[in-house]
Every structure is written in structure tokens, then in C-alpha cells.
Design a protein. Structure first.
Length: 82
């Protein structure tokens, strides 16, 4: 029975520090990844505000096409006059 207690004491003295060291080495990159993820989330939310005008792009493209047709007609009329 005494050997059982000695074995448990050695486990606590030898294994526990190794486990704690490995855990601390693991937690540093995890904290860094969390900081990067929080940064991406913050900037991603800020970026969505700039996307409000995207639906208006289709109408802008349509109006640009109409304007180009009108410029072409105007150029053709000028050519006929000259």
C-alpha cells in the first residue's frame, strides 16, 4: 500500500509539471488565434456598412448603357451635320 502512495506522489511531482508546461505552450497560440478571429470579426462587421450601395450598381449599369446609346446618337447627328 505504501508503494501505491509513493507512485501517486511521483506522478504528481513528475507528470503534473509536464502536463502544465504542455498546456501553457498550447494556450499561447490559442490566445493569438482568438485575437486574430476577434480582429477579423470587428473588421468584417465594419465592412458590411460599405456594401449598402451594391444593389444600386445594377441600376447604375443600366443608366450607363442608356447614356452611351444617347452619346452615340448625338455623335451620329453631329457627323451628319458636318
Amino acid at each position: 500500500m505504501v508503494w501505491w502512495y509513493v507512485g501517486e506522489a511521483l506522478t504528481l511531482v513528475l507528470i503534473l509539471p509536464v502536463v502544465l508546461t504542455l498546456l501553457s505552450r498550447l494556450m499561447a497560440p490559442v490566445k493569438e488565434i482568438k485575437a486574430y478571429a476577434d480582429d477579423v470579426l470587428e473588421h468584417g462587421v465594419a465592412l458590411t456598412g460599405t456594401l449598402d450601395a451594391v444593389p444600386k450598381l445594377a441600376r447604375t449599369k443600366e443608366l450607363t448603357g442608356i447614356a452611351l446609346q444617347e452619346v452615340g446618337r448625338y455623335g451620329a447627328a453631329l457627323k451628319r451635320l458636318l
